[in-house]
Structure formats: C-alpha cells, structure tokens
Design a protein around this ligand. Structure first.
Ligand code: HEM
Length: 307
C-alpha cells in the first residue's frame, strides 16, 4: 500500500457507519474542515495504538462541489466530476448531493459510534448530516439478499492497483475515487421467487457461493453485467443495513477505485444494459436512492488541508 494512502484497502468489518454531510449555506466550512482533517489523522493513529486488533479506521471522501468551494488543489483529479445520472429505459442510477463522506469501520461498534460522535461534534458547526447508515456484517459476509458479497474483489497487489491511483495521475498518486449508492431492496418480491431463480439473478449459487459456468450464467445476471473485464476492477466494501420492522432493508454500495470510468462502465452495463435493454435483474429487486462520487486524498494531503 502507498504509505500515505488512507485505509481504503481495508476489508469490510463487522460494523461500520457511513455518513454524508452537506455544508450549510450560511456558514463558511473552511475552519471547520481544517479541524475535521486533523481529527481524521488523529482518529486513525489513535485506533492503531489503542485497538491494534480491531481493524478500526476512518476514511474521509470529499465531494466535487466541496472540493471547489474549499479551494482545494487544482487542476482537479483527472476523472473527478459531479456524478451524472445514468438512465436506462427502466431504471436510473440517480445522482444526489454530498460534500463530505465518512466510512468508519471496526470489529467493535463502540469505536464506530465514538468516532462518528467526535466527527459530528465538529461537523455540526457548519454542515448537516443527510445520511447516517449503520452497516452490519450479515452471517458470512452476505448481502441482505442472502448471497455472499465481495468474493470476486481483488486482493493483495491487485487490490492496491485497482483501488489506488498510481502514475496515471502523478499529482494524486495514493488517492482514490469513492463512489457510493444506497439501495433499498424489495425483499417481499425477492423472497417470492425460488432460490434457483435468485441464483440466476446473481449468477452464483446461494449457499456455497460458487460462480455459474459461462454457458449457464444468464446474460442479465448481476455478476455477468458488473464484470467489465479482468483489467477493469474496483474494491467493493458493501454492507447491509436497515430496519426490520419498517421492511426497509438495503445494501450500501461503496467502491474505491483508481479510475472512476471503470465504475461508470459497470453502472452503464447494469442500468442501460449490454446490449442496451438487457439490464441487470438485480435492479428489479433493488432501488438506488442515492448516488455520489467523492475523492479520497492521502493522509499527507489531509495534513496540508488541515494547515
Ligand atoms: C443492490 C446493490 C448490489 C448488491 C446487493 C450486489 C451484490 C453482489 C453480489 C452478491 C456479488 C457476487 C459476489 C461477489 O463477487 O462479490 C456481486 C458481484 C459484483 N458486483 Fe455487485 N452488488 C450491488 C451493486 C453493484 C454495483 C452498483 C456495482 C458496480 C458499480 C457492482 C459491482 C460488482 C462487481 C464488479 C462484481 C464482481 C463480478 C464478477 O467479476 O463476478 N455491484 N455483487
């Protein structure tokens, strides 16, 4: 891992909190943002010393409009933009605003709660929290749809290659693009189809997580359409979340990537379809409620931003 990268390559943990904050118009975010940058380094350093086995970390991502309003370095990262919706004939990957994103992970929930609390104390001075999602590990790393999530993620050197910007954008070497979507599932419809049908939607077996062979895997299955080639991968850290009684259970999709174009390619395949119209069947059971691109600076850059 690049020595000064944030902890984007960490694996999904037992607990996490995702937070999205938007700057309030009437307050300048500049001084508060500096304090937040310092706190991120402090929280990570402290977690390493206090809980070395908890695999605890906090990653901050900065939205496109926030980057410009905070007057952060120019020229901007090569592929940094405001996420534009991707519309298929039936479903759309919506775009929603977000100035700052926090991804807090730990084996123990206490760390997540305290870190979110310390950040909120600073953020409340100049920003509003528009999303606070408490993700949990569901059985052996399954989505709430019951399928193991993350199996085909890259590992080791590949994880670094696909998750962190390298020499292709030297000014931003060690940084990452961060794309998130909050999905809500129609669990009633999902549970209404047999497991054999669910397996065709994902393209893998449900209980033992084995990939279908190419001659059997449907062309509109999720794993078929999301796979855009061996040399175009992303690092996914999705977590399930939700409220059982309200029947509002979902997947928080989160990807770190060295190129945003790879994420866009996957989304286009899923929502527009490949060929056009052959969209991802997972969308018949999953609705994206948010969609935002952030940029993750290195710890060194956070030190500079923090003054
Ligand atoms: C409703 C939200 C989503 C759910 C529940 C979901 C779940 C899954 C599951 C269960 C797998 C199979 C196991 C694995 O390899 O991880 C998978 C694979 C994958 N997903 Fe998703 N996913 C979602 C959204 C997305 C989105 C939005 C993208 C990309 C923008 C994406 C990209 C991928 C990729 C690249 C793979 C691996 C495909 C392969 O090479 O076999 N997923 N996902």
């Amino acid at each position: 891992m690049f020595p000064n990268s944030q902890n984007v390559l960490d694996y999904p943990n037992n607990h996490c909190i995702f937070m999205v904050w938007n700057f309030r118009k009437e307050v300048s975010p500049n001084d508060g943002f500096k304090k937040v940058c310092k706190l991120i380094s402090n929280l990570n350093n402290s977690a390493n010393v206090r809980f070395p086995n908890a695999k605890a970390s906090v990653v901050i991502g900065i939205g496109y409009n926030a980057w410009r309003s905070l007057d952060l370095p120019k020229p901007l990262p090569k592929e940094f933009e405001e996420f534009a919706p991707i519309a298929g004939k039936k479903y759309t990957a919506v775009s929603t605003p977000g100035d700052l994103h926090f991804h807090i992970r730990s084996d123990v929930k206490s760390f997540c709660i305290d870190a979110a609390g310390a950040l909120s104390d600073l953020l409340l001075e100049f920003a509003d929290c528009i999303e606070e999602i408490h993700g949990f590990r569901y059985w052996d790393s399954r989505t709430i749809l019951g399928f193991v999530d993350g199996t085909e993620n890259p590992h080791d050197a590949e994880r670094e290659f696909f998750g962190i910007i390298g020499d292709e954008d030297p000014t931003y070497k060690g940084c990452s693009y961060l794309f998130v979507q909050k999905y809500i599932h129609d669990l009633k419809a999902w549970k209404g189809i047999p497991v054999s049908e669910q397996e065709k939607v994902i393209g893998r077996s449900k209980s033992d997580d084995i990939e279908m062979s190419d001659d059997v895997k449907p062309s509109n299955s999720h794993s078929k359409l999301a796979n855009v080639g061996d040399d175009l991968k992303i690092v996914r850290d999705n977590m399930p979340f939700g409220s059982v009684a309200a029947n509002e259970m979902g997947t928080y999709f989160i990807a770190y990537a060295s190129t945003f174009s790879t994420v866009k390619k996957m989304l286009t395949n899923m929502f527009v379809g490949s060929p056009e119209g052959n969209y991802d069947r997972i969308l018949d059971f999953s609705s994206p409620k948010t969609g935002t691109l952030f940029f993750v600076p290195t710890f060194d850059m956070l030190d500079e931003f923090g003054g």
